[in-house]
Write a protein of this length. Structure first.
Length: 243
């Protein structure tokens, strides 16, 4: 059953290679870290939710809004997915619903965004306020759309279609559907944020790392399916095999 429909638009994805040992404490049971060419990645992602419907209903004042998240990449039974460290949105109701129903890690902050089309380039920026300080990620891009190359780091980053969360001793899975995205080539970028203040001491190291890639994906319509428990099913499957 579909829980949410929306349009994800103008996604900035800033990607870092990271020591997998940093990610292990956040790994939901039943999943394993996913890698590309032997490397493990974590991404800060900013984008707009547009035309959002929850269970087919547009909630007043909750239709268009920003999100910025920090995520890493996992796999489960051949499915490729993501785990979110934190997702920042400007709407308390979104935070309440996502944390209550999907056991995610949403946080409410004041947010804004800026999109500009110039003669020879475009600019995209997402901002959020933390402890009275504005944090931001931004890119400049070329204007011509192109396909994301097969077997590239960019394809690895953008084509994970499941979300995994852990809550107490359970792991939940939900599917996110969308077509393959196109992108605008990034010519420059800025990361203006305090990683430790936003995401804790585990991720302080990102402050000194250089991104391995920066993507501006134009986005598409998406659907988020209802969650299901997978860790409980793994236990049941083990019992059945023993019998």
């Amino acid at each position: 059953m579909t829980f949410l429909k929306a349009y994800w638009k103008n996604l900035i994805l800033i990607n870092y290679e990271i020591n997998p040992n940093i990610l292990t404490p956040f790994l939901p049971k039943g999943t394993a870290l996913d890698s590309f060419n032997g490397k493990y990645f974590i991404s800060i992602v900013g984008f707009m939710f547009k035309d959002t419907k929850v269970l087919g209903v547009k909630l007043p004042f909750h239709i268009n809004f920003e999100e910025v998240n920090l995520r890493f990449y996992v796999k489960h039974n051949g499915k490729r997915g993501v785990v979110f460290i934190k997702e920042i949105v400007p709407k308390p109701l979104i935070t309440f619903v996502a944390n209550s129903i999907y056991h995610e890690h949403y946080q409410t902050n004041k947010m804004t965004h800026r999109w500009e089309e110039n003669d020879n380039h475009n600019e995209f920026e997402y901002q959020w306020k933390l402890n009275d300080q504005w944090q931001s990620i931004s890119v400049k891009t070329e204007k011509t759309l192109s396909d994301i190359k097969d077997n590239s780091e960019e394809q690895f980053i953008t084509e994970h279609y499941f979300g995994y969360t852990k809550h107490k001793n359970k792991t939940y899975e939900y599917e996110v559907t969308h077509p393959t995205w196109q992108n605008l080539k990034v010519t420059s970028f800025k990361v203006n944020l305090n990683f430790e203040a936003n995401y804790g001491q585990y991720f302080k190291i990102l402050q000194s790392l250089k991104p391995t890639s920066v993507i501006l994906a134009t986005g598409s319509k998406i659907t988020v399916k209802n969650k299901r428990t997978i860790h409980k099913q793994l236990i049941q499957n083990t019992i059945l095999k023993q019998n």
